[in-house]
Design a protein around this ligand. Structure first.
Ligand SMILES: [Zn+2]
Length: 548
């Protein structure tokens, strides 16, 4: 997946908003919060800061310009996803306004896009990327090949015919302002790869062709700061999943920690050999050229800042660039820390028995998430019985089994590296406890899609094999010896199923074990009633960062 979204899917919420706007805010009561206030407070605030001591003079000077460009990306996303930002001025209820800012419009993105501002119906799938009245037939009939470009919008001409317009032409005023700011940044940048990237990105904005700037970004590995900006992901185009949305991340690299990650990537072939399964089932030889780095984010704007927040980046999306240069993976440490502090830890304190709660650690969460990503590159890629690639043979079961593999192999790698003395900041107990809490966090709002099914298969396998039991009061007691064995057993079963491309077994198994049991549902109800935040939002800006 391109971006690791924190909450993959939400179950339908029964509550539907009624238009209660002003009435409630006129009579505020401490004990009776409006539904919208509760919704807003489900996003916990977190300050985006970073250690800037390693930055060069030039890098420091770039930050304010990047923030300013990021803010324009944010405005552009408003325009794309909803339209006129002055919607905010028409809302008098402060909580409703706040919630519209979080969602970049009047629809609740974490609750099936339900409208929460009076006067708005269901969210139109076409956003502002297409005319509101476009039909699939009309789209298909249009002969312009640029209609399916990632960087064009469709509008209507004076006669009402469909017209394809490039992003630069569609958003010229704002993008010209961005180019002006980029001119200043290009002047300031003294790192040649950064300068090259900014020059190329500037060209991309004006030509609607992002290939060369994506290529230049792949070379931006020697900089202490990074700036991911432009039209990037296509999730917001509900009509065709083609049009890309503007967004921006300003990132500060942790150089030391990144080089530690690099060392682990070099160890992958050895770690693959040590996976606990039949040697036939781990015949793939992993590469060691992967680029994985650790960053603190200091600015989120546009698409990536809407509702649920990303904790990792894997770009670029262009297949051609990937084929030529690979891709870059960023672990976003402070965003992970925010989710851990505000969401994971409180869940653990409800679920895990008090004597084991000290094993819930941020560093364990960090390593588990990081090695989930690494583990996608291990195991088996081709079936061993002539059924072709694992991807093909596993058919509709492929995603959930691949996610389950990444999850449990990731945990195994963390435990293995701790035992080898390579990871020294956490213990095996901490890795396992934090992992189990992470499963509950992930399925908190349902387990319908691939990640959710994968999480449930992992949870049920561990539970059925004694990794943890429920105490009389419902808290979990973890048995670490049994957990360690269960991890190994589950890996062997997954890799065997993948290596044999055993779709029939896989689909029956996920039907039986990929669901939330009634006991677990009780635990989730307990968590959800406790008011633990759903996601996070950010205090961000130069003042938060301490830059003038
Ligand atoms: Zn994954």
């Amino acid at each position: 997946m391109k971006r690791v979204s924190f909450m993959m899917l939400m179950l339908a919420c029964v509550a539907v908003f009624t238009s209660c706007g002003n009435k409630k805010s006129e009579t505020p009561k401490e004990d009776a919060k409006s539904e919208l206030q509760q919704k807003v407070e489900e996003y916990a605030y977190f300050d985006l800061t970073a250690d800037l001591s390693k930055l060069s003079e030039s890098e420091r000077k770039l930050l304010p310009i990047f923030f300013e460009i990021g803010q324009i990306m944010d405005d552009l996303f408003w325009e794309q996803t909803f339209g006129d930002k002055s919607l905010l001025d028409t809302i008098s209820d402060p909580w409703m306004k706040e919630f519209a800012m979080i969602n970049y419009g009047p629809w609740d993105r974490l609750d099936e896009e339900k409208p929460f501002v009076p006067g708005y119906g269901p969210r139109p799938a076409m956003g502002n990327y297409y005319p509101q009245d476009i039909t699939k037939d009309e789209y298909e009939a249009l002969s312009d090949p640029l209609k399916s470009s990632h960087y064009t919008v469709l509008t209507r001409d004076a006669e009402g015919n469909l017209k394809v317009v490039g992003y630069y032409e569609a958003y010229k005023e704002k993008l010209d302002k961005v180019c002006e700011l980029l001119d200043q940044a290009i002047e300031i940048a003294d790192n040649p790869t950064m300068k090259k990237y900014l020059v190329e990105r500037r060209k991309s904005l004006q030509t609607n062709d992002y290939y060369h700037s994506d290529m230049a970004w792949m070379d931006l590995r020697d900089s202490n700061i990074d700036f991911v900006f432009g039209p990037i992901e296509n999730y917001d185009d509900g009509f065709n999943s083609v049009k890309t949305s503007f967004e921006a991340f300003v990132l500060v690299k942790d150089v030391e920690a990144s080089s530690r990650l690099d060392k682990f990537v070099q160890m992958l072939p050895q770690l693959q050999k040590e996976l606990p399964c039949d040697p036939k089932h781990k015949n793939y030889v992993p590469g060691t050229s992967s680029d994985m780095n650790l960053y603190d984010v200091v600015f989120y704007g546009g698409d990536c800042n809407a509702a649920g927040k990303t904790i990792a980046i894997n770009l670029p999306n262009d297949d051609k660039v990937q084929a030529e240069k690979g891709s870059r993976r960023f672990q976003l440490r402070n965003a992970m820390q925010a989710k851990f502090d505000k969401i994971m830890k409180p869940i653990g304190e409800i679920i895990i028995e008090p004597s084991e709660q000290s094993h819930i650690k941020f560093d364990a969460f960090f390593w588990n998430v990081t090695f989930h990503e690494v583990a996608h590159g291990l195991g088996v890629k081709q079936t061993i019985n002539g059924k072709g690639s694992v991807d093909e043979a596993m058919q509709t079961e492929n995603s959930s089994w691949e996610e389950a593999k990444a999850d449990i192999v990731g945990l195994n790698l963390v435990c293995n590296l701790i035992e080898k003395g390579e990871i020294t900041d956490i213990t095996v107990e901490e890795a396992i406890t934090t992992y189990i809490v992470g499963l509950l966090r992930s399925v908190r709002f349902g387990a319908a899609e691939a990640h959710g099914i994968a999480n449930m298969m992992c949870y049920n396998y561990l539970f059925d094999n004694g990794a943890f039991t429920r105490n009389g009061n419902g808290t979990y007691h973890i048995n670490y010896d049994k957990a360690r064995k269960a991890i190994d057993g589950w890996i062997a079963l997954i890799l065997k199923t993948q290596a044999e491309g055993d779709f029939d077994f896989a689909s029956q198994y996920s039907k039986d074990y990929g669901k939330i049991t009634p006991e677990l549902q009780k635990d989730l109800d307990k968590i959800n009633k406790s008011g633990i935040p759903r996601d996070i939002r950010f205090n961000q800006g130069l003042d938060v960062l301490g830059v003038k």
